[in-house]
Ligand binder design. Structure first.
Ligand code: DSN
Length: 454
């Protein structure tokens, strides 16, 4: 019996069959489907074990050697290990591994560098930016003067606009990083702009941190003052986040590391999630192995192969390619606002991606005209370029043979009814059922956990 079997079947199965049943259903969903949401991955059993360890029992407000409660000698040890591993991998002098997740990490960056009302510059959300980079309903726009920059119609960041806005608004903080950007980030150019106006440059590399470690994307360390990342995307760890202060950051402000630590605790958070810290340490240990380098490069090779095959099958993608783990499908040749049809139909065919806005989207954030997909999870499962061709064929088939004939009604009042009818119809659509069958068969060759018989 594998240890994960013992973990699931030995305990939860008997003590709480209800929760066990739900976990089992989720594992089946993941196993029998192609997970293409670019921010998701499949973590190792070791990461799951650390996450399910006794560290979840502990309280440890403070930092190693400076805790408010007793009994923290082992928490200190594991937190220091995570920090040292991260410092080495990202080549930075200071790391905080306590943020609960990406949004709290970014919030701490504001607290460390800005005062309420200061101007901040970040990529506009519908252009691919993140909520916390200044989107209007987020704290980052409610408490700060958010000035959004955009991508050009070709999908690349408009550097001239960033420079113009930076000189006009003199922001305290400039963000580089995104949730839907398929090209290499121009760290160097944005660093020059930040220096010109005396702003901090924060690189949010949540999506690409695994690629950075693996040498498959340029590192922001020489250019940014601060780097944030979640730990559960290409980095393939538990849900969590880290904030790093670079050498450049300490040169600009020798107190920056201290300000970041104080912003995380006691500024924003209480006790860190020590089980999460242990699992981050495990993931960083895995990321330091040569196999991880290969993995990072394979993610990008797969992404390029998937994008190319989609285009060969008549599907348009933003910027006609990708430099990273992600592809943005532009569905406008089939009409505007098609993302929801594609997401829902593919979901029924066991292919998971998400509807997404595209640059200059003619529709809205709720009914966007694109779809976002990526290769971190399928690459973890062992798929390579050949397998990407199969995936592209399935997606293209559903878009062209199922979704193309549906269109959002112009009248808003008819939307709900129209979508309900669409969802009902696709349940028995023969193309959807055929693709679903093929996907389930295909996935059998790439088990989520090879040693696990759940
Ligand atoms: N929700 C994440 C993503 O999917 O990119 C960003 O926070």
């Amino acid at each position: 019996m594998s240890s994960l079997e013992t973990f699931f079947n030995g305990s939860i199965k008997t003590t709480d069959p209800e929760v066990y049943g739900i976990i089992k259903k989720e594992m089946t969903r993941m196993s029998e489907g192609l997970e293409l949401i670019p921010s998701e991955n499949v973590v190792s059993l070791a990461v799951i074990h650390a996450l399910g360890s006794v560290f979840t029992n502990k309280y440890s407000e403070g930092y190693p050697g400076r805790r408010y409660y007793g009994g923290n000698e082992h928490v200190d040890e594991v937190e220091k290990l995570a920090i040292e591993r991260a410092k080495k991998l990202f080549e930075v002098p200071h790391v905080n591994v306590q943020p609960y997740s990406g949004s709290p990490a970014n919030m701490a960056v504001y607290l460390a560098t800005c005062k309420p009302g200061d101007s901040v510059l970040g990529m506009n959300l519908p252009d691919g930016g993140h909520l916390t980079h200044g989107w209007k309903v987020n704290f980052s726009a409610l408490f700060f003067k958010s000035v959004p920059y955009h991508v050009k119609s070709d999908g690349y960041i408009d550097i001239d606009e960033v420079r113009r806005l930076a000189h006009e608004h003199r922001p305290k903080l400039i963000w580089v990083g995104a949730t839907a950007y398929v090209r290499e980030f121009p760290f160097e150019e944005l660093s020059k702009i930040a220096d010109e106006v005396g702003a901090y440059l924060a690189a949010d590399i949540a999506h690409i941190s695994g690629l950075v470690i693996g040498g498959a994307h340029k590192s922001p360390a020489p250019y940014a003052h601060i780097i944030t990342t979640t730990t559960h995307k290409t980095l393939r760890g538990p849900r969590g986040a880290m904030i790093m202060v670079t050498k450049k950051g300490l040169e600009k402000d020798p107190d920056l590391a201290d300000k970041v630590d104080k912003a995380v605790f006691p500024g924003l958070q209480g006790g860190p999630h020590d089980h999460q810290t242990a699992a981050i340490a495990v993931a960083l240990g895995e990321a330091s192995k040569p196999e991880f380098r290969e993995y990072a490069h394979q993610i990008v090779k797969n992404s390029r192969a998937l994008g190319k095959s989609l285009m060969e099958n008549g599907i348009k993608i933003v910027t006609d390619g990708t430099d990273n783990h992600m592809i943005l499908i532009d569905l406008t040749p089939f009409g505007k606002g098609k993302g929801i049809f594609v997401q829902d139909a593919l979901d029924l065919a066991n292919i998971t991606l998400n509807k997404n806005t595209i640059p200059a989207d003619p529709s809205s954030a709720f009914y966007p005209s694109g779809a976002r997909l990526g290769t971190p999870a399928v690459t973890t499962r062992g798929m390579k370029e050949t397998e990407m061709r199969f995936i592209a064929l399935c997606i293209a088939k559903i878009i062209k043979e199922v979704c193309a004939k549906y269109a959002l009604p112009e009248e808003k009042s008819k939307l709900k009814e129209y979508l309900a009818k669409f969802r009902e119809e696709i349940r028995s659509n023969s193309v959807v059922l055929e693709v679903k069958h093929d996907v389930i068969e295909f996935c059998k060759k790439y088990p989520l956990y090879r040693t696990l018989d759940y």
